[in-house]
Design a protein around this ligand. Structure first.
Ligand code: PML
Ligand code: MG
Length: 255
């Protein structure tokens, strides 16, 4: 397909009064053809303006022409793990992470880091073996960008698998598929910073996208996004892939 794409990114925040620490409200990433840019920007504007984390007093919508060729990839195999408490949810998450090959030490470190760095905006990269932090991005973390899953293809996927169409799940599945296809990434652990959304997931290329129905209590605004990465790999090139390589999810019924 000889189509050029634009990366459209949105970031909304609340600064409040002088000296207050910035509060992340919402972020969004899309890949759009030139003719659909108006619709894409409108979608992101609406997302940022109507978020349960609050009303933004700052928003940025940025457009960048994507020069790199787009790679098409299949979505991850998806399953839902029903749990009845946060504790049960984290026990399930830990087990799934260990199954991907992440060490017990790294899992413990990740949980500790998440509690300490409750304000990290993007993802934190952690060594899947030692548990040490691999990115040097501080509070900002790494923001995965340049990925999308066209609505029509996602809709067919959701219907085929009996999932209700859920924009949050679509975004998370898209991000996880991009992240986990990188050979240095062992697994991802994520739950939302939206106080009303308690489902999270553990993902890995072979494990698939394993949703866990309760990873925090309702009302909690603390989210988490951790990538467990092989510490011997070239981390700079892994981060470059996460931020810059354009990936589009494409599902075929036979997959
Ligand atoms: C987010 O809101 O940023 C993450 C949502 C993760 C879970 C999505 C799902 O599978 O329901
Ligand atoms: Mg969010």
């Amino acid at each position: 397909m000889d189509e050029h794409f634009y990366s459209v990114r949105m970031r909304a925040a609340q600064h409040g009064s002088e000296g207050q620490r910035e509060k992340h409200i919402s972020g969004g990433e899309l890949l759009s053809a030139y003719k659909d840019l108006e619709k894409a920007a409108q979608m992101l504007l609406e997302k940022g303006l109507n978020h349960s984390r609050g009303r933004p007093d700052f928003m940025q919508i940025q457009l960048d022409f994507v020069e790199e060729p787009v790679t098409y990839t299949a979505p991850l195999h998806t399953a839902t793990n029903e749990v009845s408490s946060v504790e049960e949810g984290h026990t399930a998450a830990r087990k799934l992470l260990l199954r991907t090959g992440v060490s017990e030490r790294a899992v413990d470190q990740a949980y500790q880091m998440v509690t300490e760095n409750s304000v990290t905006r993007g993802a934190v990269l952690i060594d899947a073996g030692t548990g040490g932090r691999l990115d040097q991005r501080g509070d900002r973390g790494v923001r995965v960008s340049r990925m999308d899953w066209p609505a029509e293809n996602y809709g067919r996927w959701a219907e085929f698998h009996g999932f209700p169409e859920n924009p949050r799940m679509k975004e998370a599945l898209t991000l996880a598929a991009k992240v986990c296809r990188h050979p240095a990434v062992t697994a991802e652990l994520c739950w939302s910073d939206d106080p009303g959304y308690v489902t999270g997931y553990v993902a890995g290329s072979r494990l698939g996208y394993q949703r866990i129905t309760k990873l925090k209590e309702r009302g909690d605004e603390q989210g988490c996004r951790v990538f467990f990465v092989d510490g011997r790999a070239d981390i700079k090139s892994c981060i470059h892939y996460l931020e810059k390589d354009p990936i589009i999810i494409r599902w075929r019924e036979t997959e």
